[in-house]
Design a protein around this ligand. Structure first.
Ligand code: KIV
Length: 284
């Protein structure tokens, strides 16, 4: 059975913390399923993790849908949320409705996530009224990186902190069923969490949110050259993969792989019969 938004809301009511994580393809979708993680985000971090961009702005709705379809094929139990990418919901609530509709119809997701505060509340209301569950995203919102002036913590002064609290309450009022808080100071995310009836899902926002979300590449250590401050590598898969590829190359070069164990064979009779069919003078 797939997790529903009602299950996610109940977790907040019961004070039950939960883990959330991103996935981008059938393999990661399946791993998240097998780990029993209730909330899966097909994040537009896809741009950095899988497509080689240095931010989320170049990611398109078609990119998101293409990857999300693979995730859905690999995952039968998590609630699957898709990030609406840059400029696919900013123009109007109707544009958002069209984009979010594609995520549910073409990719098979159950919800969408949108970045932004009060200014997108009418869009959140339009989507939820149309039956499309919405997750909000406040704090460091990577689609606004040029406006924010870099990947920095948000809400450090009184006016910005008060704005974030008001944004969170407004998104809840508009119908969001959860809100991601990215790089929000610990004390402020604790306050927002206390004031909301819906779950907060933190990333770089301390231990007092109702849930935690991480980018799977950071959690599994796919990259050895960069570990964000908010991440912890629970595995070092990049190192393990580099070591495995080095040994593969060594064995191929040395002729120790493949062996007969990794091959199929036929009887000598077949080979002899094939040899007798060779035209006169062909072969050795
Ligand atoms: O795109 C993403 O991976 C995200 C998470 C950082 C929450 O939005």
């Amino acid at each position: 059975m797939r997790v529903t938004i009602a299950d996610i809301r109940k977790k907040k009511a019961k004070g039950e913390r939960f883990a959330a994580i991103t996935a981008y393809d059938v393999v990661t979708g399946r791993l998240v399923d097998e780990a029993g993680i209730p909330f899966l985000l097909v994040g537009d971090s896809l741009g950095m993790v899988a497509l080689g961009y240095d931010g989320t702005i170049p990611v398109t709705l078609d990119d998101m849908i293409h990857h999300a379809r693979a995730v859905v094929r690999g995952n039968k139990t998590s609630l699957i949320v898709i990030d609406l990418p840059f400029m696919t919901y900013h123009k109007s609530p109707e544009q958002a409705l069209e984009s979010a509709g594609r995520c549910l119809q073409e990719a098979g997701a159950q919800a969408v996530k949108l970045e932004g505060g009060r200014v997108i509340a009418p869009t959140v209301a339009r989507l939820t009224q149309a039956g499309i569950p919405v997750v909000g995203h406040l704090g460091l919102t990577p689609q606004s990186i040029h406006q924010l002036g870099g990947f920095k913590a948000q809400g450090k002064d009184v006016s910005r902190a008060a704005e974030l609290l008001e944004d969170a309450l407004t998104l809840q009022e508009a119908g969001a069923f959860a809100i991601v808080l990215e790089c929000v100071p610990v004390e402020l995310s604790a306050l927002i969490t206390k004031r909301l009836a819906i779950p907060t899902i933190g990333i770089g926002s301390g231990p007092h949110c109702d849930a935690e979300i991480q980018v799977i590449a950071d959690t599994l250590g796919w990259f050895s050259d960069f570990v964000p401050k908010h991440a912890k590598q629970f595995a070092k898969l990049a190192d393990a993969a580099a070591d495995a590829l080095k040994r593969y190359v060594e064995e191929v070069n040395a002729g120790t792989f493949p062996t007969e164990r990794e091959s199929v064979s036929v009887s000598e009779d077949v080979i002899r019969a094939v040899e007798t069919r060779l035209p006169e003078g062909a072969g050795g």
